[in-house]
Write a protein that binds this ligand. Sequence first.
Ligand code: MUC
Ligand code: MG
Length: 373
Amino acid sequence: MSHPLIERISTLIVDLPTIRPHKLAMHTMQKQTLVIIRLQCSDGIEGLGEATTIGGLAYGNESPESIKQNIDSYFAPLLTGLDASNINAAMQRLDKVIKGNTFARSGIESALLDAQGKRQGLAVSELLGGRVRDSLEVAWTLASGDTGGDIAEAEQMLDLRRHRIFKLKIGANEVAHDLRHVIAIKRALGERASVRVDVNQYWDESQAIRACQVLGDNGIDLIEQPISRINRAGLVRLNQRSPAPIMADESIESVEDAFSLAADGAASIFALKIAKNGGPRAVLRTAQIAEAAGIALYGGTMLEGSIGTLAAAHAFVTLNQLTWHTELFGPLLLTEEIVVDAPVYRDFALQVPRTPGLGLTLDEERLAFFSRT
Ligand code: MUC
Ligand code: MG
């Protein structure tokens, strides 16, 4: 039997507006930029992937422009002509000659999985060993920058039965100001919602010691990446003394990071992101490390559009326990779509399609309209 070959890999940068400014400690988003990957195979099947980050270089080591350039110049020539149905062989070829670049790698792995799923008539979750759930509860991030506005937004989400878990992005302001903001929101929502914070590494240990105590004492359920990923020893100490559990996000830039964090006891929850680990299969290796170490799991996002969001979702539905649920709300933050059928959100959860591959079809007209030329 002849194998389908990878014939061509093309990349497109797409800019989509957000529904409101999204204020993070390191960057205020007015739009999101997606890198869309189209992987054409000799059997006529096309695999779709997405490699997306936040705020150019504000979050990680790769920007949309560098992702596109690196895939075009380095990834595509290595992969062209390989067997499209052998994902292990293709990804190991990349491992051999390309260091890092997990965001780009994740987009490529997603596209290979999408193509193989379409070829075999299987959803990506089935290729990954089989799903144990059909939907994923999804948190919403309150990041309008205004306490009253955030409370109104949360109330609306509760009324719509869209979200009942809220993550607050803090760290840009004085600690005391941020703590007042968080406590006011928790008081307004009470037991109707789980309220969590993401500091995106903006505190130092001396600030975090007290702030974690105050947050825990005021009913905040989880504290994400309070200090720099560089200060591993500080994270270990915080994990031991904080009354609210500490989640590692930026600390995990690879599967190997996950292993050393687990070995050091630096967090009791891991934020899984396909982009940080190099794809839906790679993120499951991080999940396995966490499971072995007794670390709880959370399905994170880089605020991807529909393609990247479903690539992550297909991996997350295969997990045994997802104690802290997910934040796969990226498509809901955007005012526009580039796929024909947008992912469905219902009853606080994302419904993960059972159709072949990722379960998405590009809307060629919308894609062309929003693509950079
Ligand atoms: C992060 O650091 O977790 C996820 C949701 C959101 O609003 O920003 C991100 C990135
Ligand atoms: Mg985070």
